[in-house]
Design a protein around this ligand. Structure first.
Ligand SMILES: Cc1cc2nc3c(=O)[nH]c(=O)nc-3n(C[C@H](O)[C@H](O)[C@H](O)COP(=O)(O)OP(=O)(O)OC[C@H]3O[C@@H](n4cnc5c(N)ncnc54)[C@H](O)[C@@H]3O)c2cc1C
Length: 443
C-alpha cells in the first residue's frame, strides 16, 4: 500500500516510525520542519497521571509510556523526572484530587495528597500560592501582576494570619512520575527511525489537495509534486480541519489558545510542574535541556507576531548560577471553550503576559522578567479524546484532536493508526477497545 502522512509533528513522525518497518511504501510530507509547530510550542510534559482518569486515556498513556521509558532510560532522548503537583483552589476540586490519589495507585501510578506544609520541600512557595489561589483575576486583568486578593484598608496582621491559615489549608496532589523532555528531540528521533526504515520524509513541502476516485483517496498534490496514495493519514495538528475539508470530511474539531512565556528571575528552580485548578501552570526549565530563548526562532514563534525588538530584548538578561527559568502557561481543553482559529495567525494575549510573573513567584523566583514567549493551539474534541481512524472517505485516516496530550500519547496513537491500516496480528497485545473509543464514527 502507498501511504502518505501529512504532518511531521510528534504525531506524524511517531506514525511514520511505526509504519516504517512494515511492507508499505510510506512518505511523510511536512510543510515546515520536523516538530517545528505545535510540538515545539508544547510544555513537553509526558504525563502518566490525570486528575480524572478515564480508561481510554489511561490505556493510551500506559502504551506510550512503555515506549518512552525505553527512550528515556537509555538516554536516546533527554528527560527529567520532575513530577506534577495539581493544586486545588476550591473544596470540590480538593475532593477530586483526593479521589485521584485513591484511584491512580490502582493503575500502578504513584500519587499522594500533600498540603501546604509539604510544598516548601517540593520547591514551591506556599505563601505565593495563597496569593494566587482562587485569584483568576490575574488572567483577566492586565496590569494586575501581583494577584493579591487584599483590599485597601485591610489589617496587615489579620492578612498575615489569614495567609498562614490558608497555607495550612492548601490541598494538592503530587504525582512524582511525570517527566519533562524536549518534544522536538522526540519528533527528530521518530523521524530518524522512520528514515532508517526507508520512509521518505519531505520537509518544506505543502500538501495542497487530496484527490479521490469513487469515494476513495487516490493521490496527494503538493506544491512540488503529485504522489499516488492508497491511504492518506491526516496528522496536520491544528491544520487538520483544513485537510479534512480537502476531501469533504467534517469532524467536530475546535482550537484553544495555548500561550506560554519564559521567565527568568533570582533563585534556583527545582520543583515539580505545578498546575493550578484555574488552569495556569508553571514548569521548571532544566539547565540540561536548555531554554528556548537561546534556540533559533521556530515557525510557531514567527506566527506569534512578535516584533524583532521584542525578540532581541528576550536574551538581554544572562543566566548565571543564581538565576532560574520557568515557563508559565495556561490551558483550556474543553470543547465548549474552543473556537476555530487560523493556526497561522495567533498571538500571546497581553493579559496573559501581564499575569505571568505572579505565577513565576510560585517557583520561588524573585523579580522575574519575561525573556521569551510563544503560542500554540490545542485541537480539542467534544469528549476530550483524539480522533483516530478511517473516515467516510475510504483510505482517508485521521490522527488529530490530541487535546492537551499529543506529546504524551503520540506513540499509542501511532499503534492505533497501524491497527486501522492493517489487522493487528495475534501476537500483538493491542487493546482493540481503543479502535472504537477513538473512532471518528463516534460523533
Ligand atoms: C502551549 C501548549 C503546551 C502543550 N503542552 C503539552 C504537554 O506538556 N504534554 C503533552 O502531552 N501535550 C502538550 N500539548 C499538546 C501537544 O503539543 C499537541 O497535542 C501535539 O504537539 C500535537 O502534535 P501534532 O503532530 O498533531 O501537531 P503539530 O506538531 O502541529 O504537527 C502538525 C504538522 O502538520 C504540518 N502541516 C499542516 N498542514 C500541512 C499541509 N497542508 N502540508 C504539509 N504539512 C502540513 C504542520 O506544519 C505541522 O508541523 C501542548 C500544546 C500547547 C499548544
Amino acid at each position: 500500500m502507498e501511504i502518505v502522512i501529512v504532518g511531521g509533528g510528534i504525531v506524524g513522525t511517531a506514525i511514520a516510525s511505526r509504519l516504517g518497518p512494515t511492507d508499505h511504501d510510506v512518505t511523510l510530507v511536512e510543510r515546515s520542519s520536523v516538530g517545528g509547530e505545535t510540538t515545539a510550542a508544547s510544555a513537553g510534559i509526558v504525563m502518566r497521571s490525570a486528575v480524572s482518569p478515564d480508561p481510554t486515556t489511561l490505556s493510551l498513556r500506559e502504551r506510550s509510556r512503555s515506549i518512552y521509558d525505553e527512550l528515556f532510560d537509555t538516554g536516546a532522548v533527554d528527560s527529567t523526572r520532575t513530577g506534577t503537583l495539581y493544586v486545588a483552589e476550591t473544596e470540590a476540586f480538593a475532593d477530586r484530587l483526593a479521589d485521584a490519589a485513591r484511584v491512580l495507585p490502582e493503575h500502578g501510578i504513584e500519587a499522594r495528597v500533600v498540603d501546604g506544609e509539604d510544598l516548601e520541600q517540593l520547591g514551591i512557595d506556599p505563601g505565593a500560592l495563597t496569593h494566587l489561589k482562587g485569584d483568576s483575576r490575574t488572567l483577566e486583568q492586565p496590569g494586575d501582576d501581583t494577584g493579591t486578593p487584599e483590599q485597601p484598608g485591610d489589617d496587615p496582621e489579620a492578612t498575615d494570619r489569614n495567609a498562614v491559615d490558608a497555607v495550612g489549608a492548601i490541598r494538592a496532589l503530587y504525582t512524582p512520575d511525570d517527566q519533562l523532555c524536549e518534544p522536538v528531540d522526540l519528533s527528530t528521533w521518530f523521524a530518524d527511525r522512520a528514515r532508517e526504515c526507508g520512509v521518505g520524509i519531505r520537509t518544506g513541502e505543502t500538501v495542497t489537495a487530496v484527490e479521490t476516485r469513487s469515494s476513495s483517496v487516490s493521490s496527494v498534490e503538493t506544491d512540488h509534486d503529485r504522489l499516488e496514495a492508497d491511504a492518506v493519514v491526516n496528522a496536520a495538528g491544528p491544520w487538520a480541519p483544513a485537510l479534512n475539508a480537502m476531501v469533504g470530511v467534517s469532524l467536530p474539531l475546535r482550537h484553544t489558545l495555548g500561550p506560554m512565556v519564559e521567565l527568568e528571575g533570582d533563585g534556583s528552580v527545582d520543583h515539580p510542574v505545578t498546575i493550578l485548578e484555574s488552569k495556569r501552570y508553571v514548569r521548571p526549565v532544566s539547565a540540561s535541556m536548555g531554554s528556548r530563548s537561546s534556540e533559533p526562532e521556530s515557525e510557531m514563534e514567527r506566527s506569534s507576531g512578535r516584533s524583532d525588538a521584542e525578540r532581541s530584548s528576550s536574551t538581554e538578561r544572562s543566566s548565571g548560577p543564581d538565576t532560574g527559568r520557568v515557563w508559565v502557561g495556561k490551558y483550556e481543553t474543553a470543547y465548549g471553550d474552543g473556537h476555530r482559529y487560523d493556526p497561522d495567525d495567533v498571538a500571546v494575549p497581553a493579559s496573559f503576559r501581564d499575569s505571568a510573573p505572579a505565577m513565576a513567584t510560585l517557583a520561588g523566583l524573585e523579580d522575574p522578567s519575561i525573556v521569551d514567549e510563544w503560542v500554540g493551539l490545542r485541537t480539542v474534541t467534544p469528549d476530550g479524546l483524539p480522533l483516530v481512524g478511517e473516515t467516510d472517505v475510504s483510505g482517508f485516516v485521521v490522527a488529530c484532536g490530541m487535546t492537551g496530550q499529543g506529546i504524551t500519547v503520540a506513540p499509542a496513537v501511532a499503534d492505533v493508526v497501524k491497527a486501522v491500516l492493517e489487522e493487528p496480528d495475534d501476537g500483538d497485545d493491542f487493546d482493540r477497545t481503543l479502535l472504537e473509543a477513538l473512532s471518528p464514527d463516534r460523533f
